[in-house]
Design a protein around this ligand. Structure first.
Ligand code: ADP
Ligand code: MG
Length: 156
């Protein structure tokens, strides 16, 4: 069950939520981003990377074909993965995620494609589109009390 649900009326709201998350992100954090095509996973990931880079114009191409893109950022590196084109779940082990998490954080779009092969504990964010328009809903789940405490602090 989600411990936190946030309404996102427009793209700016999604970016603000991502910036809040960027501010509490730490090395070894794994953030899973789920949701249909167009739900806003890449928009969310891009806003986290730009906030951590302190650069509103940082180029964040979708790593659809390379599957993984690592960013060397001021405090610690952040890897961005998009597993949409992963051919089988176990292939995720070849993408260097464990190594990336030793020094930095990772954001993973389409984690369902690697079910059973992703390290724990992590934060799972599900983005859903409201029937029409720009509204989205973000729901956070985590088995990790630390994540719940950190996120709840940003919502006060
Ligand atoms: P995904 O990676 O989930 O396929 P993208 O982030 O690439 O999704 O695309 C989301 C699209 O929806 C973008 O074109 C963005 O401008 C648009 N959009 C509209 N409203 C929102 C919102 N509230 N949050 C995020 N994106 C939104
Ligand atoms: Mg995407």
């Amino acid at each position: 069950n989600p411990f936190l649900s946030v309404s996102l009326p427009d793209e700016a709201a999604t970016r603000r939520l991502a910036e809040d998350l960027a501010a509490i992100l730490k090395p070894a954090d794994l953030v899973l981003l789920s949701g249909d095509l167009g739900a806003g996973k890449s928009t969310f990931a891009r806003a986290i990377l730009r906030a951590r880079a302190n650069d509103d114009e940082l180029e964040v191409p979708s790593p659809t074909f390379t599957l993984v893109q690592a960013y060397e950022l001021p405090q610690f590196p952040v890897s961005h993965l998009d597993l949409y084109r992963l051919e089988e779940p176990g292939e995720v082990l070849e993408l260097g995620l464990d190594d990336a998490l030793e020094t930095g954080a990772a954001l993973v779009e389409w984690p369902e494609m690697a079910l059973g092969y992703l390290p724990d504990p992590c934060l799972w964010l599900q983005l859903t589109c409201d029937p029409d328009g720009d509204a989205r809903t973000a729901e956070f789940q985590s088995a990790c009390p630390d994540w719940r405490a950190r996120l709840e602090r940003t919502r006060q």
